[in-house]
Design a protein. Structure first.
Length: 360
């Protein structure tokens, strides 16, 4: 339980039990003296076990709450008095957004609106010094910029928005709200747009963990279309380091692009995973025999690429992992954490959550 009377004000992290959020919380507990208040609805992709040692830290508290619940958000802000809100809560899987767009608009747009409204009221309640130090960091995606052709320059902070999926449209909407709350009301916001993340604790519906899990199980490895769609890959620990820098040194009202400088075709990614697994599990090699091309999803963007020069120049951040080093670490983590994969795929952890965490 966080006690703030004699300690520095905490950081409130929404979506803290998700893939990126849990990595950020683990880093904050391990590499800083920050108090951390994790706020998460604990839906299918939010797993408290992903918080690792942070879950037992005296500097950490986990609240089960929905960002669309104004009362729950208000209570967390007013009772815990955070010095910043780090907003990572979102529905994020494109395929799910195609089949159920309303949930994405509800969480990503309406949820962000509620969080902004309550944060603004809380910010106004702070004494001048705390008001000046407060920050609202909103974490978004490169998908809001749309699709690039092969020769196009990478997305910069000034690239026009052109979202092509219900997911990216909902994230674009949330970005616009954050900008509006800064320019209209003066809320000291920071906004980041990142490229495709990968690494430990990612729910196995996204490409890399899905391919690893399927390959280990001897199941088909689905590749959309011709496999030539290009993504810029960012190791999640590098992303979390960037977010910590933006929080502490970023300029309110500014946007920072965060990329891994690692553009790869989807088929290349799958083939590289297969090669690593061939070395780790040679008895099942070659894993590439499991690759299966499937019908492309509607509106599939061809290429994303991030220009990270602004955050490199202004804040001194660069990715520490290459795509190959990060992918090896990722494969090894999934191979070493088969119980985690089994629990999230079976839904067993959701039953554990219902027994141990009551919604606020």
């Amino acid at each position: 339980m966080i006690v703030t009377n004699s300690q520095s004000p905490p950081l409130l992290v929404t979506g803290a039990a998700g893939f990126i959020g849990s990595c950020l919380v683990r880093q904050l507990i391990e590499h800083s003296d920050a108090q951390v208040l994790s706020f998460d609805a604990l839906t299918y992709a939010g797993n408290p076990l992903s918080l690792g040692a942070a879950l037992q830290s005296e500097r950490h508290q986990l609240i089960r709450g929905d960002i669309r619940d104004a009362d729950a958000v208000r209570a967390a802000l007013m009772q815990q008095r955070p010095r910043a809100v780090l907003h990572l809560a979102a529905e994020s899987h494109v395929d799910r957004s195609i089949h159920g767009p309303a949930e994405f608009v509800s969480t990503n747009v309406v949820g962000t609106l509620v969080l902004l409204q309550e944060s603004l009221a809380y910010w106004h309640s702070l004494p001048p010094a705390e008001r000046a130090a407060f920050r609202f960091l909103h974490v978004s995606t490169d998908e809001v910029f749309g699709s690039l052709d092969a020769g196009d320059p990478a997305f910069s902070e000034t690239t026009a928005y052109a979202p092509n999926s219900p997911y990216s449209a909902s994230k674009a909407g949330s970005d616009h709200l954050v900008r509006a709350w800064h320019h209209t009301y003066g809320l000291p916001t920071l906004l980041t747009n990142c490229s495709n993340n990968y690494g430990p604790c990612q729910f196995p519906e996204k490409l890399i963990p899905l391919v690893i899990a399927n390959a280990v199980a001897g199941k088909p490895l689905p590749v959309y279309g011709d496999g030539a769609n290009v993504r810029d890959w960012l190791y999640v620990d590098d992303h979390a380091r960037a977010l910590r820098l933006v929080l502490e040194r970023g300029v309110p009202g500014q946007t920072y692009n965060i990329g891994g400088n690692a553009e790869r075709r989807n088929l290349e990614v799958v083939e590289r995973i297969c090669a690593i697994l061939d070395a780790r599990r040679p008895s099942s090699a070659p894993h590439a025999r499991l690759i299966e091309f499937v019908r492309d999803r509607p509106g599939h963007d061809r290429r994303y690429a991030i220009d990270s020069r602004k955050i490199e120049r202004e804040l001194g951040w660069t990715p520490q992992e290459t795509f190959d080093s990060g992918l090896i670490k990722t494969v090894d983590w999934y191979l070493g954490n088969a119980d985690w994969v089994r629990c999230v795929q079976s839904g067993e952890y959701q039953r554990w959550i219902e027994r141990n965490y009551t919604a606020r």
